[in-house]
Design a protein around this ligand. Sequence first.
Ligand SMILES: Nc1ncnc2c1ncn2[C@@H]1O[C@H](COP(=O)(O)OP(=O)(O)OP(=O)(O)O)[C@@H](O)[C@H]1O
Length: 764
Amino acid sequence: MSDTRADRELDHTDSVAAEQQYVSMLYDKLDELRRYNSRRLAETLRETGGTPQARTERDISTRMHIDKLSQLSAVENGLCFGRLDLDSGERFHIGRLGLFDEENEYTPLLIDWRAPAARPFYLATAASRDGVVRRRHIRTTRRTVTGLEDEVLDLDSAEQSSHLGLAGEATLLAALDERRTGRMGDIVATIQAEQDRIIRSGMNGVLVVQGGPGTGKTAVALHRAAYLLYTYRQQLTKRGVLVVGPNATFLRYIGQVLPSLGETGVLLSTVGELYPGVVATGSESAEAAELKGRAEMVSVLHKAVRDLQQVPRDHIEVTFDREPLSIDKSTCSQARTKARKSRKPHNEARKIFRREMFSALALQVADRFGRDLLDQRDLDDITSELRADQEVCAALERLWPETDPPTVLDSLLSSPEMLRKAARKYFDEQQRATLLREPGAAWTPSDAPLLDELAELLGEDDTEQRQEQLRQEREELAYAEGVLHIMEQDEEIIDPERLRVSDVLDADLLAQRHRTDSDLTAAERAAGDRTWTFGHVIVDEAQELSAMAWRVLMRRCPSRSMTVVGDIAQTGSAAGTASWHEVLSPYVARRWRLEELTINYRTPSEIMALAAPLLSEMDVDVSVPTSVRSTGVPPYGVRVSEEELATGAAETAADELEAVDGGRVAVLLPPGRLSEVGSSVRERIPQATVGPQPEGLETPVTVLTVEQAKGLEFDSVVVVDPAGFLEESQRGINDVYVALTRSTTRLAVVHTGDLPEPLGGLEL
Ligand SMILES: Nc1ncnc2c1ncn2[C@@H]1O[C@H](COP(=O)(O)OP(=O)(O)OP(=O)(O)O)[C@@H](O)[C@H]1O
């Protein structure tokens, strides 16, 4: 055994220099590909005219080269990060994409991390080697190899391996110890076995990934999206992949991960944004949001729409052709029944109602002349005149109006009478009062699923889509500008002498070409189309979604090919869930599979020890994840008087900022404390941001509620007023748990009075 090891040590290719040579060769190859694609793109862009087919082909090829170039540019950092040495003597380098030697029968030079051949890099252990004798982690900075970590998979190492069975432990810990940038990075170089199994799990059906804080659920979900796009490229390019996150800040936080893996065909969205044309800027009470999220809202909305379909108490009299015409109850009632029986959405069934009404009214008019004297053509003429008559049309419009989701929802939520009629079976008076709001009030995130439901009940209306088209055109322009930027960067690396693409084409023109070819990616098209259905849907922080939000997602994914990621111990929203079965059973009964993640890569053991007792206070069946790191820094408490709370929090944040030395600090507090403590922190640290500001991910200190900090992480966290969390929310204990576990290194708790019982272990 020792001989083999000695042999291996003698093997000179182990050296950094030899590895550098190989890695440099890979970068040369990458540059060559960039040059090729840049040249081809410039050629295509310079071509003009030709037949429509030639133009379409050109546009497709433009898109292909642009995509390829942005993929090649995305893999620049950490192009190659691993090597596998096999029993057979073969060696494979593993990296962010596949590279081949075209002149040598396409021999693989670099294996894409998602290819089956790369799998042992993540799964092989000393006990189950899968033909691997050595796994090498290659660390690089820009194009320079800066370190190697070798794991020799033999029985000696089996005995020494860490109890958590981590692969590439030193490389993993180095990655985890890095200071946080405010943006999530990819983990391709250090994916662990339990994560790999989830990432590569088959695409069909609903897969639920339950895991405690910091277990890499978000990272796994995004890498799974990249894996599925690679493995099922054909299926998924057409319909696209949707990744749903809890809020805009979170989406910004994760926004770079997939592009850095060279994948752009994914739509990142909140549930609210899935209703095109509505921007949810309003706020509302947690109680109102909870009520709007209940499944009963389906019946309320259904009833509200039916209530729009009226019959007169007796009759309505209008004047037609200078004579009175009676629109009577029984005719209306029959027409309404017929229209409803069609089971079509309201706006489509309206056509049936009107057709029935016009023919009944035409007969009434015919009776004035004597019905027997008229033939079908005469009746048709009368019908046409009735259809053109303003007074008749206005009366029918009142009985069965054409309408759209925003109009119905706005009237419902601002009219006590309409709400009473539609909701009295489901909500008591007090609950209805909670739902009431001013007419024209700004939309809130929990309104979006209701608008979507109404769109189903009412049938399509294209006003929103027209607005969306405008938005998309703006986005395409921004995209085109981005493309030009990438190409220019590439050209700078490659050949500064050559004609630059921007010399022959500006962003406006490129956007136009891009638009006319109707060659948008599925994700781009899906963003503007409410009825788009996706090839796969990934839901992060899924525990927060209401029953109504689930309905929206299920409509977007009739194939039920979904990855649902979350932690039922972190549910903060009153509309959220504490049971995966409860939310999924209406759609897939018991046909969903559960995977669990058990290792916490974020929160050090010192902080987890404080957070863990909170779990036993919650009514959920989950276990505490095991931390991979300990920092030796114990969390600490700062006890202050009520009057000193805001300044105490600001002072602690300032201390923490100094302690993390260039890292990021979050002050997390109950919503009721946000403005008071926020002002105090800003006074003490002027560059701090308060609430979900777009620049908040970059600032050194940010003050947020727990809801706003969902899924994020910081070098240091200052939790303010834990007792306030318990007072302000039904799920306050979950909120404290989430707040404590946002930290990667340091934690302080600023409190007044005694700490809530489960936090008793905190050092003061
Ligand atoms: N295999 C890994 N290698 C390197 N870093 C990892 C790995 N797995 C997770 N991480 C890092 O751990 C941190 C936590 O991951 P992530 O945010 O995905 O966890 P989560 O389970 O979604 O957390 P939470 O539920 O608390 O929001 C991130 O910084 C992530 O990059």
